[in-house]
Design a protein around this ligand. Structure first.
Ligand code: NAI
Length: 733
């Protein structure tokens, strides 16, 4: 017989069930939610259950489980964290959390966490406060501290408890990267006492809990005195010299990777360093203070904003009409087995979607199939994928050099050469060879979808699906709709993109769509700066210092100078002087410079680069080609670094606002996500629209107008910006 001792009328998030074997089953089950999060009443709930457990003489031990089928605890409720506006209130919340977990950790009766599914952030910290942990061997089971990705740190002593169990290096590694820990790793690190199949998880955890209650020691790599004791002793035990080296190296690495723009990693180091040097109590104070500052700071607010936006996009069908549903997609045809086509095939089969891959001839098909196989094999080699799973995925892929096997395709994505006539030809072939209702999606990077659809017999079935390279790594998919694309077709493309693991934004058709369009004037401005005497590396360094992953001229080499030269006049044709590039790009093309693809661009590649050692080296001959003096050793940029940054960035932001004003975007949210996930706009700034809000519309407008005075018509403020400045409006509330 079991007895539930929940006393309240309303359902509680944590309940205790006294079982006849003397084990209390503590179930975490937030009512009405699909997953467990830590909410404001978490501390009180836990304290009540701890009281009940202590009071009940029948209970000798307890097992903590989740009431959700596939997840343990996902962490703190982000809405709750977002509601914290003062540092004091935040600190108090953290301190209350510390007390709640102290209570759990200090219980005389051992509590064992039985974890199936993700135990993340606060969920991992609760598990760490238990006497021991048993994990299910399911793939869904992972432990981790994702806080750093949201600009936060684990605030419930999880870093210290992990360090105590697994060592400082493991705690640093997981705290700083936010990466997940698999059950196997957890076992090896001494974090999990056991890893067992899910059906026997609670039984094994109960047996362990009872054994611990009888005084048994944990059969895990490290011996375990009571948690708080261990925390104190371990902090003192460690060799101070070794510790200093560990932290010095970690700080240098953090500084290099964050450029000082993300405060959370530094604070994570503060917590662990204080723990190692001064012990658990001292580190808790540092942790509470740091968490309170981070959670109320701007960077975390923007990173959480991005997280919320991606969550919202997961639920968004991509069309405003709620009655529109996507069609089912069982099989995808991909035309062109080149770089992009093979990538699209890979992300499809990897997510269980059958693919028929077509190219012009058997050799090209074979090359594409090889590319997909290589990507899977790399994962097998790294032990991220089993051989059987690899084989199953590959069984979903077949190749062809004609349209055989394409009749079952629900969607055909074309990734053939960037040539309008060719796109028209393959569209006609698809319409002739495939089913009537087949969706034709183009992965063109620059041709307006309307121009491709102009020749379609069924233009309502034509849509753009603009993937980014490399497809398996880049998270964004831009779905492009024409005026004639059927809403159901849009919804199907969006749903397919999500299944392929992408974050999907829907944009209206036009030259450059959204992402390529805003990149245009940004890269142009860098080219203008070059003609005005700035150095190639000086420009790139300035923008990297601003937070971009690479500078605009490095990007030009990557994208291809020939591609930029091709697209430039099209952009000018569509948008006028605002997009006017200097003659630079044309001169470079005339000199045979295409960028990385032919090892000849603004930077050196191949043997010439190797000779000069590590790092990137500008090809100094490029200045002569442009009719510019080679910057000497004492070269001083003609503008301060802030001016270089402002000119490039404001072109980008202004163009994003042009797009939004013209209805290219469905929301500022989509514009921010597109820029961050597609182009590498610095996440800590939240995206161009958040950035505009941070500056304020009036200030932004003032800066653009000042630039227009100096540099002319290339600087024309977006009408939307002018309007917003007048009305003192913001994009986000
Ligand atoms: P690629 O040159 O690597 O591949 C194109 C493939 O299409 C080749 O394998 C070629 O044999 C094949 N092909 C040509 N005619 C064909 C036909 N009639 N039927 C079937 N296959 C045919 O080019 P990539 O880079 O994969 O680009 C493909 C498309 O994706 C282009 O429209 C490009 O603008 C677009 N795109 C490219 C990106 C990139 O970074 N490379 C990014 C986003 C879009």
């Amino acid at each position: 017989m079991t007895q539930t001792t929940t006393t309240a009328d309303s359902p509680r998030a944590i309940r205790l069930e006294a079982r006849p074997d003397g084990v209390g089953l503590v179930t975490f089950d937030v009512p009405g939610a699909s997953q467990n999060t830590l909410r404001p009443d978490f501390g009180a709930d836990l304290a009540r259950v701890c009281d009940e457990l202590e009071r009940n003489p029948e209970l000798r031990a307890a097992v903590l489980v989740s009431g959700k089928p596939d997840g343990f605890v996902a962490g703190a409720d982000l809405d709750m964290l977002k509601g914290l506006t003062s540092v004091d209130a935040a600190r108090q919340m953290v301190e209350a959390g510390h007390r709640a977990l102290d209570r759990l950790a200090g219980l005389a009766k051992p509590v064992v966490a039985a974890i199936h599914g993700a135990a993340l952030g606060g969920g991992f910290e609760i598990a760490l406060a238990c006497r021991a942990r048993v994990l299910s061997s399911s793939k869904k089971t992972v432990l981790g501290f994702p806080e750093v990705r949201l600009g936060l740190l684990p605030g419930l002593n999880g870093l210290q408890r992990l360090a105590a169990l697994a060592g400082l290096q493991v705690a640093l590694d997981h705290g700083l990267t936010g990466k997940n820990m698999s059950p196997d790793k957890a076992r090896r690190f001494g974090v999990a006492a056991d890893v067992v199949p899910e059906p026997i998880l609670v039984r094994v955890a109960s047996e362990l809990a009872l054994a611990l209650a009888e005084g048994a020691a944990l059969s895990q790599p490290r011996k375990s005195p009571p948690p708080v004791e261990r925390l104190k002793t371990l902090a003192l035990e460690k060799n101070p010299l070794g510790r200093r080296v560990v932290f010095r190296q970690a700080r240098a690495a953090v500084k290099k990777s964050t450029g000082g723009r993300y405060p959370a990693p530094g604070r994570i180091l503060d917590v662990l360093e204080t723990f190692a040097k001064k012990g658990f109590e001292a580190s808790r104070a540092v942790e509470a203070e740091a968490f309170a500052e981070l959670v109320t700071g701007d960077v975390s607010a923007r990173l959480v904003g991005i997280f919320f936006a991606t969550t919202a996009l997961k639920k968004d069908t991509g069309v405003d009409d709620p009655s529109v549903a996507p069609r089912e997609v069982r099989k995808v045809g991909v035309l062109g087995a080149g770089l992009m086509g093979a990538g699209i095939a890979y992300v499809s089969i990897d997510n269980g979607i059958a693919v028929r891959l077509k190219d012009r001839d058997a050799a090209s098909v074979a090359r594409g199939l090889r590319q997909v196989t290589t990507l899977l094999d790399e994962r097998v080699k790294k032990k991220r994928l089993g051989q059987g799973e690899r084989d199953q995925k590959l069984a979903l892929l077949s190749g062809t050099s004609d349209y055989s096997g394409m009749r079952q395709a629900d969607v055909v994505v074309e990734a053939v050469f960037e040539d309008l006539a060719l796109k028209h030809r393959v569209l006609a072939e698809v319409e002739a060879s495939c089913r009537e209702d087949v969706i034709f999606a183009s992965n063109t990077s620059s041709l307006p979808i309307g121009q491709i659809a102009a020749r379609a017999r069924r233009p309502e079935n034509v849509v753009g699906m603009h993937y980014f390279s490399p497809v398996h790594k880049m998270p964004l998919l831009e779905v492009i709709t024409t005026e004639r694309t059927a809403p159901e077709v849009v919804a199907t493309a969006v749903a397919l993109g999500k299944r392929q693991g992408k974050t999907v934004i829907v944009v209206r058709d036009g030259v450059g769509f959204y992402t390529s369009r805003i990149l245009g004037p940004y890269m142009n401005e860098a080219a203008w700066l070059l003609t005005e005497g700035c150095s190639v590396d000086g420009i790139d360094r300035a923008l990297v210092a601003w937070g971009w992953p690479v500078g605009p001229l490095t990007l030009l080499d990557e994208v291809g100078i020939d591609v930029a030269a091709h697209v430039g006049p099209i952009m000018v044709g569509a948008f006028g002087e605002r997009m006017q590039p200097p003659a630079t790009v044309q001169k470079l093309v005339e000199d045979g410079r295409k960028g990385r693809k032919n090892d000849k661009g603004l930077y050196l590649y191949g043997a010439a680069a190797k000779e000069l050692g590590r790092g990137k080296h500008v090809d100094a001959t490029v200045y002569g080609v442009l009719g510019l003096p080679v910057p000497g050793r004492r070269h001083k940029e003609p503008y301060p670094v802030e001016e270089i940054q402002r000119r490039c960035v404001l072109q980008f932001v202004n163009e994003a606002l042009h797009c939004h004003g013209e209805g290219v975007l469905r929301s500022a949210r989509d514009g921010d996500i597109g820029a961050v996930f597609g182009l590498g706009f610095p996440p800590f700034l939240g995206g161009p629209f958040r950035y505009a809000d941070t500056l304020g519309a009036a200030t932004l407008l003032g800066q653009i107008e000042a630039l227009a005075e100096r540099h002319g018509k290339r600087w024309s403020p977006a009408p939307l910006l002018v309007e917003m400045a007048k009305g003192h409006r913001r994009f986000y509330g």
